[in-house]
Design a binder for this molecule. Structure first.
Ligand SMILES: C[S@@+](CC[C@H](N)C(=O)[O-])C[C@H]1O[C@@H](n2cnc3c(N)ncnc32)[C@H](O)[C@@H]1O
Length: 300
């Protein structure tokens, strides 16, 4: 969604971008070229390999660049300490294809790998621990809430029965257990039966929704500071978020609406922007992407 992101953020020469999920530096590299040698990109990511890759890629675009291995919820405190004044904030949520496609990271049931799913390889809790150590009820709640999986109770029961026989420590072992819980329904299911369970686990392992809410608490504070001429955001700064599932999008929509309702921000996008046909043909995941953006309103 690079074109749409450029459209809503409208980067100008000399400006500063805070990229909260710099990933492989694709968006930041393009924006880096627009802000030029007098501009700056400050990037954050949970994934150490992505941070290193993005640092080199964005530096090649000619702007100044600084990257941090950190959770975006901690970015505002770091930016405040650094005396940054940002003109643009971008968050492109979820995982990078390099993470999903690497069987050793354990995000996908399509290849055999350890049940890991940590976006931050240095984080303490893996999906294997969640699957083997949570109570049946907690597992069912997690799969229902984060995966919106109607068969959550049945799947949790099957997981607990299986793990008393043999610990579940690989992606395909878990996928097989979920398929068993689906029984005959698996044949009529449009998507792989394990799709929702895997999404739920990834959200839980990385505490994705709580971190997103925590980030918005910080952003609301920063928007108010910016309107008083202080903090790490400039008055008039643009904020763009790309989400990939309805639970994230709901949070972003509500938080942006709260700011626009009280006059602290204006919508840049009336409706969420979606990827074009060309992009979805190349990258099927882009089909579920939604881009929303706002601009901080200077005080009267
Ligand atoms: C869709 S990719 C970003 C791709 C990037 N926009 C690009 O153009 O290359 C999402 C990235 O967000 C990172 N991520 C997810 N949650 C995060 C969080 N809470 N804090 C920091 N990074 C996070 C992931 O590690 C991943 O690299």
């Amino acid at each position: 969604m690079v074109e749409q992101v450029l459209d809503v953020l409208a980067p100008q020469s000399g400006e500063t971008l805070v990229d909260l999920t710099i990933g492989r530096g694709g968006h930041s590299g393009v924006i880096g070229r627009r802000v030029g040698t007098g501009g700056r990109v400050i990037g954050f990511d949970l994934d150490t390999a992505n941070v290193d890759f993005a640092q080199a890629r964005v530096a090649a675009s000619g702007c100044r660049v600084q990257t941090h291995h950190a959770n975006f919820v901690d970015a505002p405190a770091m930016l405040r300490g650094d005396g940054v004044r940002a003109d643009m904030v971008l968050a492109d949520l979820g995982f990078a294809s390099t993470q999903m496609d690497d069987p050793r990271r354990g995000f996908s049931f399509r290849a055999e790998g350890p049940l890991d799913m940590r976006l931050d390889p240095t984080a303490a809790v893996t999906a294997e621990q969640v699957i083997n150590e949570s109570g049946e009820r907690d597992l069912a709640d997690l799969i229902f809430r984060y995966g919106e999986e109607p068969l959550a109770r049945k799947i949790a029961r099957e997981i607990v029965a299986e793990r008393t026989r043999l610990p579940i420590s690989t992606t395909q072992h878990l996928a097989e257990v979920v398929r068993k819980a689906y029984g005959n329904r698996a044949r009529h299911s449009r998507m792989h039966p394990a799709t929702k369970t895997f999404m739920a686990l990834r959200i839980a392992v990385n505490d994705e929704l709580a971190r997103l809410e925590g980030l918005w608490d910080e952003l609301e504070r920063a928007v108010d500071e910016a309107r008083r001429g202080s903090g790490w955001l400039n008055a008039g700064a643009r904020l763009a978020f790309i989400s990939f599932h309805s639970l994230e999008d709901r949070i972003i929509k509500q938080r942006m609406a709260a700011l626009t309702k009280r006059g602290a921000a204006q919508r840049i996008t009336r409706k969420p922007q979606i990827a074009g046909e060309e992009e979805t043909a190349l990258n099927p995941r882009a089909r579920s992407a939604k881009l929303r953006a706002i601009r901080i309103t200077p005080p009267d």
